[in-house]
Design a protein around this ligand. Structure first.
Ligand SMILES: CCCCC/C=C\C/C=C\C/C=C\C/C=C\CCCC(=O)SCCNC(=O)CCNC(=O)[C@H](O)C(C)(C)COP(=O)(O)OP(=O)(O)OC[C@H]1O[C@@H](n2cnc3c(N)ncnc32)[C@H](O)[C@@H]1OP(=O)(O)O
Length: 207
C-alpha cells in the first residue's frame, strides 16, 4: 500500500491522500454497509438481556482485535477514500447525481440511527451532512484546502427519516480566501433545510 501524507502536503485537496479500492480489499465497503444496517436496527431495537450480553462480548473481542491495527492519521482510510460513505460511519451515506466544479447534487436517506423524535431526523445530523457535502465542493479538484468558518443552517420543515431526500450545494461566490457556499435539503417539493456557509482557504502555516 502506498502511503501518502495528508497533513504535510501544502496543496492537498479533497482526494489526498488518494486511497483507491485496492487499498481496502473487497470486504471493507460491504463490512461498513453491514455496520450501517446494524446501527439502524440497534437504534430501533428493544433487546433482551441475553442478546445484549452476547453483543457486549462480541464488541469487546472485536475492539481488542482492532487495537493491533491502529495507524497514524496519515495512513487512515476512514473518511479519506472516494467510495460511497467515504469509508466512515459518522456522516450519513449519500449518493451524488451531479458533480460540477461549482455545483453538487445528490440523494440520501437518513435511517433510524439518525432519528431525533417523532420520525424526524436529529437536527445536528443535518449540518453534519452539509459540512461534508459543502466541504467536498469547497475542497474540490483544483481548489486548495479550506476549512469551515461557519455553517448557518435554517430548519424550514421537519426532515423525515427513512425517506429519500435530495440535496444541492453550490459555490455562491469567492472573495480572496473566502468561499461562500450554499445548499439545500428537500423532501419532494418541500424544503427541509438550507445552509449558507463560509469556507476559508488555509494559509501556508495552517493545516
Ligand atoms: C479540522 C481541520 C480540517 C481541515 C480540512 C482541510 C483540508 C480538507 C482536505 C480534504 C477535504 C476532505 C474533506 C472535506 C469534508 C469536509 C470539510 C469539513 C471541514 C471542516 O469541518 S474544518 C473543521 C471545522 N472548522 C474549524 O475548526 C475552523 C476553526 N477556525 C479556524 O481555523 C480559523 O478561524 C479560520 C481558518 C476559519 C480563519 O482563521 P484565519 O486566521 O485563517 O483567518 P482570519 O481570522 O484572518 O479571517 C480571514 C477573513 O475571514 C473572516 N472570517 C473568519 N472567520 C469568520 C467567521 N466565522 N465568520 C465570518 N467571517 C469570518 C475574517 O473576518 C476575515 O475577513 P476580512 O479579511 O474581510 O477581514
Amino acid at each position: 500500500m502506498e502511503v501518502a501524507s495528508a497533513s504535510a502536503e501544502p496543496g492537498r485537496t479533497w482526494n489526498s491522500p488518494h486511497w483507491t479500492a485496492d487499498d481496502i480489499g473487497p470486504d471493507f465497503a460491504p463490512m461498513l454497509d453491514a455496520m450501517r444496517v446494524f446501527h439502524h436496527r440497534l437504534a430501533g431495537a428493544r433487546l433482551p438481556d441475553d442478546l445484549t450480553e452476547e453483543m457486549r462480548g462480541i464488541f469487546e473481542r472485536l475492539g481488542e482485535r482492532l487495537l493491533e491495527h491502529q495507524v497514524p492519521e496519515e495512513r487512515q482510510i476512514a473518511g479519506r477514500i472516494d467510495i460511497p460513505g467515504r469509508g466512515q460511519l459518522l456522516v450519513p451515506n449519500y449518493e451524488l447525481d451531479a458533480v460540477e466544479p461549482d455545483f453538487l447534487a445528490g440523494r440520501l436517506t437518513y435511517g433510524r440511527h439518525f432519528l431525533g423524535r417523532n420520525g424526524a431526523v436529529y437536527g445536528g445530523a443535518i449540518p453534519l451532512l452539509f459540512d461534508s457535502v459543502l466541504g467536498r465542493l469547497a475542497n474540490g479538484p483544483g481548489r486548495p484546502a479550506s476549512r469551515t468558518a461557519y455553517l448557518h443552517v435554517d430548519y424550514r420543515s421537519i426532515t423525515p427519516i427513512e425517506t429519500e431526500l435530495r440535496f444541492t450545494a453550490e459555490v455562491a461566490r469567492q472573495e480572496g480566501r473566502k468561499r461562500f457556499i450554499r445548499g439545500t435539503l428537500s423532501h419532494g417539493g418541500t424544503l427541509c433545510a438550507d445552509v449558507d456557509a463560509l469556507f476559508l482557504v488555509l494559509r501556508p502555516h495552517q493545516r
